[in-house]
Design a protein around this ligand. Structure first.
Ligand SMILES: Cc1ncc(COP(=O)(O)O)c(C=O)c1O
Length: 416
């Protein structure tokens, strides 16, 4: 036996000693899921924890959707692999629903059905980005965006907006962040975590600016049906049709139909991008579960009554939570116009003494709130903006009122 001759200088650390790749090792746990898991664990242990952490409707999935899934589970053709990019009948129904709901006309060949909006976002970035490509990400941002950009080799470039502009970024701010490496701008309205909704003129201004500079837009429309008061949802490629060839829309059934656990989302984009993303999915996961796709088909082909009911409940809770939060000294909560999150600033409370402790950051304040008031909230650090808390108001009215009054009692104790 002859010994192999090394053809190059051996790496400083042999691959076998690196247990986890640098790429995956750099990903942090989803902070929102972590808070939710901690709250659920405490509850399971008998503690009366009230959770404002979860980003999911508290309603069950409507019956007609569940029934469609039950019927699908009995159909032998659904016991087999189906096309990786999605059931053809579901893709057609998504195209029709998109025209009905946002006025965007697309072909089924422009659609890829994914395992939830999360996979849609990850695959869209993996399909669009090369190593070092920059993505402008308005902050506060949903925690998954920067991680999926980095996983795809891209570089997230944050542009921060605060409560003084209702957490909306301006074209001037975006332009200041643009470099020769900028490829994509991320847009989400209504927003998680702030509930901000961009008015049509601002959507047009951002889309037109992106089109003028040859940028791509990834627009996340998952909260399209959850807008309140006078706010209106505007689909970016409808407001700015010239961006359509460089625009990827992300959407899904999770929030509109109370279907977070079913895991169905989709990408809408130019055909070449969707084809490439479908090739990726064909190796990663193949088709989304057929039973879930059948449920999604019933959801998107049905009416919008269920979401109208949820919207009424969310709107009521939204007004209660904003009022009660603003009653607390040191808490400033602008009125969210969409989604189901309130995003108050708690900067004025940091450094104050509460029950013998002086939380210096929103992470420490959230920990203190969980321990002392048994209320779970997500600190702003998870969304790129320390000094804030995110409270989801997708929980029952009584729990909501009880949870925020516990917060009121605890935070009223804050002293210099
Ligand atoms: C802004 C936004 N986009 C996408 C998603 C993804 O939802 P899902 O993967 O459950 O479809 C979420 C979920 O929290 C979200 O808040």
């Amino acid at each position: 036996m002859t010994a192999a001759t090394p053809s190059a200088t051996p790496p400083a650390q042999p691959p076998t000693d690196r247990r986890i790749s640098a790429r995956v090792g750099a990903i942090s746990e989803s902070a929102t899921l972590a808070v939710d898991a901690k709250a659920k664990a405490l509850k399971a242990a008998g503690r009366p924890v009230i959770g404002f952490g979860a980003g999911e409707p508290d309603f069950p999935t409507p019956d007609y959707i569940v029934e469609a899934a039950v019927a699908a589970a009995r159909e032998p053709r659904f016991h087999r692999y189906t096309p990786a990019g999605g059931l053809p009948e579901l893709k057609s129904a998504i195209a029709e629903k998109t025209l009905r709901d946002s006025g965007y006309r697309v072909e089924p060949s422009q659609i890829l059905v994914t395992n939830g909006g999360k996979q849609a976002i990850y695959q869209a970035f993996a399909t669009l980005l090369d190593e070092g490509d920059e993505v402008i990400v308005p902050a506060p941002y949903w925690t998954t965006y920067p991680e999926s950009i980095r996983l795809a080799g891209g570089v997230p470039v944050e542009v921060t907006a605060d409560e003084t502009t209702g957490y909306r970024v301006s074209v001037e701010q975006l332009e200041a962040a643009r470099t020769a490496r900028t490829k994509v701008v991320l847009f989400v309205s209504p927003s998680n975590p702030t509930g901000a909704v961009y008015p049509r003129e601002q959507v047009e201004a951002i889309g037109t600016w992106a089109a003028q500079h040859g940028l791509w837009v990834l627009t996340d429309e998952i909260y399209e049906h959850l807008v309140y008061g006078d706010a209106e949802f505007t689909s970016l490629p409808v407001a700015v049709p010239e961006i359509a060839d460089r625009c990827v829309v992300v959407n899904g059934v999770a929030k509109t139909y109370a279907m977070t656990g079913w895991r169905v989302g989709w990408i809408i984009g130019p055909q070449d991008v969707v084809k490439a993303a479908t090739n990726l999915q064909s190796h990663a996961t193949s088709n989304v579960s057929n039973v879930s796709q059948a449920a999604a088909l019933a959801a998107v082909s049905g009416g919008l009554d269920a979401v109208a009911e949820m919207r009424t409940a969310f709107d009521r809770r939204r007004r209660t939570i904003v009022r009660m939060l603003n009653e607390i000294d040191g808490v400033l909560c602008p009125e969210p116009e969409g989604a189901f999150y309130a995003y108050p600033s708690v900067k004025a409370l940091l450094g104050k003494e509460i029950r013998g402790r002086r939380p210096a950051t929103s992470v420490e304040l959230a920990a203190l709130i969980l321990e002392e008031a048994e209320v779970a909230v997500v600190p702003g650090e998870a969304f790129g903006t320390p000094g804030y808390l995110r409270l989801s108001y997708a929980l029952g009215d009584e729990d909501l009122a009880e949870g925020v009054s516990r917060l009121q009692q605890l935070l009223a104790e804050a002293r210099d």
